[in-house]
Structure formats: C-alpha cells, structure tokens
Design a protein around this ligand. Structure first.
Ligand SMILES: *Cc1c(COP(=O)(O)O)cnc(C)c1O
Length: 222
C-alpha cells in the first residue's frame, strides 16, 4: 500500500505531466486533498508530509477537526466544497479560507453579511450545475451569468472563479470546457474542476484547483 505522502506526490507528478503535455503551466493546478469522512490519522499524515491545501464538504464535520489542525500546522488553506446552509454561514466564514459552493442568492447574501461582521472578504467560487441535474447543487446554466453579477455587484463577494461536478458516468471534458467558457465570458480567472477519476482532464482544460479525495486518502468510511 502506498503511503499518503506517496499518493500526494503521484497526483502532483501527474498534474505536472498533464499540464506540460497540454502546454499549461505545470505549477498552476493546485491539489485540494479532500479529507471528508477520512480518519484524523490520515489527515495528519498528509499534514506531516507538508501538504497544506484541503477540502471538506460539510461545515459540521470540518468544525470538529480543523480548528485543532490549523492551530498545530501553519499555512493550512481550507476549502468548503459542499453545500452550505444559511444557518452554517457564520461558522463557515470563521473556519474556511475559500468557499467554493456559492450557488444561490440567499447564501450569497448571508455569506456577505457574515463576512462583513467578521471583517473578512473570503474568496469564493460559484458552483455551476453544468449537467443541469435536478438533484445537484449549483446555479443552473441559464442563470449563471446573472448570479455571478449579483454576487459581485450586490453582495460584493470576491468571486474568483467557478466550480463544477460533472454528471457521473458521462465524459467530463465537455463540461469542463463549458465551465471554462462561462468563466471566460465573466472575466473569472479560476476554475475548480476534476476529482480522483478525472483530475487529469481537469488539468487539460486549465483547472486551477483539482479536488481529490480517494486517490489521496483511499476509500472513505461511511
Ligand atoms: C468528495 C468530493 C470530491 C473528491 O472526490 P473523490 O472522488 O474522492 O476524489 C471532490 N469534490 C467534491 C465537491 C466532493 O464532494
């Protein structure tokens, strides 16, 4: 069994190789190690190996482990990549360094209020429901441009880019290309796309962040 440090280094090598092949900057795509539902020992292993960029998809779960890890390890950058409820916005603002799952006006408003109260302006990403799936979070394709504008102009959020999760079982490439197109026409510089099964394709299409859980930590405990 490879160690977590070896897994991280393997993913990072593949990022560089893919980026170089496609003429992208090999240093551009950053690995977010998705630590949801992983035991603390594994997270510590990644931290001890020097990794600092992590993702969690639930505020509650993250609140249980990250304050202590952040205390102990300098330079942690924690991304919220899962759905956010407005009653958790305050906690999310105090815990996370980047919020990638902004997808509706109510959450944009509440985040904006909580950030103002906390005297912060945390970078955010707008999540786009690229496959127009009923059950999935994310703003729909035909509302994306207007919603991005609302986040920026009405709520003064620091929108840095777009995030998506393409439909399971379909080729991700067209969805990544589409996300890039929406980002370009809204002058948004950053893209968060690609998971364990498709991060190399994310890199091919210019990802700034890939979000990888199982390929770093192994299968999650449910
Ligand atoms: C869990 C999760 C990931 C990581 O998924 P893996 O397939 O384990 O790499 C990435 N993005 C989001 C939004 C997730 O919830």
């Amino acid at each position: 069994m490879p160690t977590i440090a070896e897994n991280i280094s393997l993913v990072e090598q593949k990022i560089k190789k893919t980026a170089t092949f496609w003429g992208e900057d090999p240093e551009k795509a950053k690995l977010i190690a998705v630590s949801k539902k992983q035991p603390d020992e594994k997270v510590v292993e990644a931290l001890e190996a020097g990794h600092r960029c992590f993702g969690e998809n639930r505020v509650q779960e993250a609140a249980g482990k990250w304050p202590a890890f952040k205390e102990k390890y300098d330079g942690v950058e924690l991304h919220l990549i899962g759905p956010l409820q407005s009653n958790k916005a305050k906690e999310a603002v105090s815990l996370f360094d980047v919020i990638q799952s902004v997808d509706r006006p109510k959450i944009a408003r509440v985040l904006s209020e909580e950030m103002q109260k906390a005297g912060k302006n945390i970078p955010v990403f707008v999540q786009v429901n690229v496959g127009e799936e009923d059950q999935k979070s994310g703003v729909s394709l035909n509302e994306a441009d207007a919603f991005i504008q609302t986040c920026r102009e009405e709520y003064k959020l620091d929108v840095q880019g777009l995030m998506c999760i393409p439909p399971a079982g379909e080729q991700p490439a067209p969805f990544f290309a589409l996300l890039k197109r929406i980002a370009d026409r809204n002058q948004l510089p950053k893209l968060s796309m690609g998971m364990s099964s498709d991060y190399e394709i994310g890199v091919q299409f210019g990802a700034d962040y890939i979000r990888v859980g199982t390929a770093v930590f192994g299968e999650r405990a449910y």
